[in-house]
Write a protein that binds this ligand. Structure first.
Ligand code: NAD
Length: 477
């Protein structure tokens, strides 16, 4: 029997309820599983005060001590991982095996950032003998962070890890549709002895919270993961107070399949990756450009495997792909598929929502989409794969770069020449060859163009959460 946690706000080290609530639904059957507390203005003011107090304590705590608290929280998350994974599957719908992996990945983000903070070295700049120039990194201040619903635990983990490891305080508004992942993280940090006010968790109407928090003088960084449209809006608000932003926004990842690889193997890998999280991943492989010499074999193998992907409840051991997260995603995919069909592209698998309860949509393959098809331009953010033939790698690169996005891009090739061309010329923050993994904790992740600004993870991940200070010290007045 799985129980969903009681949802509460976490402010100044205390758990709070609220009069106003929003229902949280299970996307597999549309039943109400929880009541999301909506933070009031007074709650947000208290969170700001608490974050200011928390910052004073935490920014003066040695990185090694901060790492101890983080690693204690990680140990608690690991102990509770099955409970956390089950609440993720309830609120998000993903297969339980994927929810378990997500919890593990969230822990890796914490472990990596805790280690990086201990090594956030400054430097001494060579100088005249009686003066010393010292560069140090200091935590930026209070972070206002906004995490999305596609990874209820690992997305909040990225933001909380960066802020807390760096010595910042953070007010996180986690996604209203999938709040339990962030709640479990806050519980673990509470139990691990994080000082009150360092981490504050709020929920509510996104625009109300962001428009109130971001202009506050005390907020020194806005960290957001979500759509490009919302990211631009939040960046505009932040620009009025010259507040820096860390933006992880939309992608529309191209996959270039060259004619020197086994098309069947490439198709198998692609289908399994496309089905992950029901395609609701900003790095999901989506625009396939396949060399004409292997196009037919790749397409046939892709379609055959896509048809075999079983959709269902995430707790069912036979389920390969859960529902999409909400009715907006179903409608968005339906609109794109309809448009592709109307323009004469072939829908070779899926393409119709099953009847009955739940936000299910099958893995759908659209092939030979003409220029102008909406799906080629708008990120589907769902289980939709678009497959087109190309005459050459050059043509594929040109088409890959044609959009204003540049987050993840993939290539399949064993040719060193092709691999080099793809790596050098594709405009993206992350290019992966012969693997559809775009990021792990130890590599920097982020976008170019309208896919965002800044990096999370890797040695670069804490840069945004810290400022650089140069100290010039003359030894004698
Ligand atoms: P949306 O753009 O309304 O919301 C996306 C996220 O932004 C949600 O978590 C939401 O809570 C938050 N948000 C929305 N308005 C906000 C505001 N004014 N202030 C602060 N936060 C705000 O769209 P949606 O239907 O929830 O999601 C679909 C789109 O979001 C997709 O097309 C996809 O591009 C994007 N998305 C991207 C990621 C990612 O990992 N980059 C994750 C989830 C969603």
């Amino acid at each position: 029997m799985t129980s969903y946690p009681k949802l509460q706000l976490y402010i100044a080290g205390q758990w709070r309820s609220s009069k106003e609530t929003i229902p949280v639904l299970n996307p597999a059957d549309e039943t109400v599983i929880g009541a999301l507390p909506v933070a009031s203005r007074a709650d947000l003011d208290d969170a700001l005060d608490a974050a200011a107090r928390g910052f004073r304590i935490w920014s003066r705590t040695a990185p090694a001590k901060r790492a101890e608290v983080i690693l204690r929280a990680v140990a608690l998350i690991k102990e509770r991982s099955e409970e956390i994974a089950r609440s993720i599957t309830m609120e998000h719908g993903k297969p339980i095996a994927q929810a378990r992996l997500e919890v593990q990945r969230g822990c890796e983000f914490f472990e990596w950032d805790a280690g990086e903070a201990v090594r956030s070295y400054g430097r001494v700049i060579p100088s005249e003998p009686d003066i010393r120039y010292i560069v140090i990194h200091q935590p930026v201040g209070t972070v206002a962070a906004f995490s999305p619903w596609n990874f209820p635990m690992s997305q909040p983990a990225r933001k909380i890890a960066g802020a807390i490891a760096s010595g910042c305080s953070i007010i996180l508004k986690a996604a209203e549709e999938t709040p339990a992942g962030a709640l479990h993280i806050a519980r673990a940090f509470h139990d691990a002895g994080l000082p009150a006010g360092v981490l504050n968790l709020v929920f509510g109407v996104p625009a109300d919270i962001s428009s109130y928090l971001i202009p506050q003088e005390q907020v020194r960084l806005v960290a957001f993961t979500g759509s490009t449209a919302v990211g631009k809006h939040l960046t505009e608000i932040a620009s009025r107070s010259v507040t820096p932003v860390l933006m992880e926004l939309g992608g529309h990842a191209p996959v270039i399949v060259c004619d020197d690889v086994d098309p069947i193997r490439a198709a198998e890998l692609s289908v399994s990756r496309k089905a992950r999280n029901s395609g609701q991943v900003c790095t999901s492989p989506t625009r396939f450009f396949v060399h004409k010499n292997i196009y037919r074999s790749f397409l046939d193998a892709f379609v055959e495997r896509a048809k075999a992907v079983r959709i269902g409840d995430g707790f069912d051991a036979n389920t390969d792909m859960g529902p999409v997260a909400n009715h907006r995603r179903v409608e968005a995919i339906e609109t794109l598929v309809e448009d592709a069909r109307d323009r004469g592209s072939q829908i070779l698998a899926g393409g119709t929502k099953p009847t009955g309860k739940g936000y299910f949509y099958p893995l759908t393959v659209a092939a030979e989409l003409p220029d102008g098809a909406r799906a080629l331009e708008v990120e589907p953010f769902g289980p939709l794969a678009l497959i087109n033939p190309v005459d050459s790698v050059e043509e594929a690169i040109e088409r890959a770069n044609a959009l204003p996005f540049g987050l993840a891009a993939y290539g399949f090739t064993h040719s060193a020449h092709n691999a080099h061309m793809l790596a050098e010329r594709i405009e993206a923050g992350n290019v992966s060859i012969n693997t559809l993994e775009a990021s792990v904790a130890e590599t920097p992740f982020g976008g170019v163009k309208e896919s965002g600004y800044g990096r999370e993870g890797g040695a670069e991940g804490l840069h945004h959460y810290m400022t650089v200070k140069n100290i010039s010290h003359r030894m004698v007045l």
